[in-house]
Design a protein around this ligand. Structure first.
Ligand code: ZN
Length: 420
């Protein structure tokens, strides 16, 4: 699937530092890349509502990582999935009387235009579930072959229905290691986030669906030996990450509400498919954006959409600056005033750094931005370094017409904000 047209990224003198990312479980800072190539997989949207600020905040964090890797000089391979068929999409179609595939295609197009407006570097591989059904079928067949999946009868179905297929989590001794949750918490989150713990016929309450046999009225695809049906949720990311990227991948990313069950399950499936104990060296999870006192989410309906803000004339660079003024792991509340602050900051930066007049030397500021980003993508410190340079610029004794140009390019390349 085509992603979106990426921004041109400025080249700046020198190279950046290896970005360290805080490990979710241990809390330790660890190198996000160990070789000459960095591989990133990030879960994509389920396209039944356009990009809200929670999505944008998350995808910007991974964009900053991609930019820091490029500045380091390593080759970046970035894959992202798109859940363009799943229960929430069908529920939205039923509730609105619209065709599910038309909802998916229109909202995916909106997401892509939002990402392009925010100057997010597109993934190298952008895969939708619908176009990937044959590869997902192959993966599920393989999981059955290696004894990590089993059939569950569908009550009331005909003899021709081969049943659903679930993963057998008991076959994976490392299941649970990514999220380190208690059994009670696993059970609660699984039920809250799309799981079916009480489904009769399963070997274990948490065993997730890999393949859902066709039901009357639901879209379905040829599943070869699996019978007609459609993929479960977690298997798609295991297939995309293991098919599109070299193994093990360096970073598996998404919002922190994906840690369990989604990433725990998809990493478990990846272990079955790749034979690797640790298919992702690091996981990186982004904080939640709240609005009206609660997490911004489709199910709660308290969403602020990127496209609505842009339609109202909000400058996408100011929106980007407002979002990256929070650290990626922070949970924070969108109050609207962030936007006014970001607009004021952006116009001050443009006035001082974007002008052609000679300014003070910028090498130190660029180093500070690089170091801040290398320290667990500390955008708060990076933005503060630019603010400090802008504050001190009129006082600088040493003047060079090139210094401000370098800083302009660094802010573009590393923070994704164009000042000219
Ligand atoms: Zn995913």
């Amino acid at each position: 699937m085509h992603s979106w047209t990426g921004p041109t990224v400025s080249v700046i003198p020198g190279t950046g530092e290896v970005p360290l990312i805080k490990d979710d479980i241990s809390g330790e800072l660890r190198p996000s890349v160990v070789g000459e190539q960095a591989n990133l997989y990030v879960c994509g949207i389920t396209p039944y509502d356009s990009t809200h600020l929670g999505h944008a905040f998350s995808y910007l964090a991974f964009d900053l990582l991609v930019r820091a890797w490029r500045d380091l000089g390593v080759t970046v391979r970035y894959a992202q999935g798109l859940t363009d068929i799943d229960d929430p999409l069908l529920e939205r179609a039923r509730a609105t009387g619209r065709d599910w595939s038309k909802i998916a295609s229109s909202q995916t197009a909106l997401y892509k235009s939002d990402m392009a407006a925010l100057r997010v570097i597109p993934p190298d591989s952008y895969r939708g579930v619908v176009e990937s059904v044959p590869q997902i079928v192959t993966a599920v067949e393989r999981m059955i072959d290696v004894g990590q999946a089993y059939r569950v009868p569908v009550p009331g179905s005909s003899a021709a229905n081969l049943g659903d297929i679930c993963a057998d989590l008991a076959a994976d001794p490392d299941f649970g290691s990514l999220s380190a949750l208690s059994r009670e918490a696993q059970d609660r989150l699984f039920a809250e986030r799309g799981g079916d713990p009480d489904r009769p016929g399963k070997r274990h309450r948490l065993d997730p669906l890999l393949w859902r046999a066709a039901r009357p009225g639901d879209p379905s695809w040829d599943g070869r030996t699996l019978g007609r049906g459609r993929p479960g949720w977690h298997i798609e990311c295991a297939v995309f990450a293991s098919n599109e990227l070299e193994q093990p991948i360096d970073v598996l990313g998404g919002g922190k509400d994906l840690i369990f069950p989604h990433h725990e399950m998809s990493v478990s499936h990846s272990r079955a498919l790749t034979g690797l104990e640790q298919p992702a060296r690091l996981t990186m999870h982004t904080g939640m954006v709240h609005y009206d006192g609660q997490k911004m989410s489709k199910s709660l309906g308290n969403l602020v959409f990127v496209s609505d803000l842009l339609d109202r004339g909000v400058n996408p660079a100011a929106l980007r600056l407002a979002l990256i003024s929070h650290h990626y792991r922070e949970d924070w509340e969108w109050r609207g005033r962030e936007l006014a602050l970001a607009e004021a900051r952006l116009s001050r930066w443009r006035e001082v750094i974007g002008s052609v007049k000679p300014q003070g030397p910028s090498a130190e500021a660029i180093t500070q931005i690089r170091s801040a980003l290398a320290n667990d993508l500390d955008t708060v410190a990076a933005v503060a370094a630019v603010d400090e340079w802008v504050r001190a610029a009129p006082l600088a004794r040493e003047r060079s017409p090139y210094a401000a140009a370098d800083l302009r390019r660094a802010i573009d390349a590393l923070l994704g904000i164009k000042l000219y």
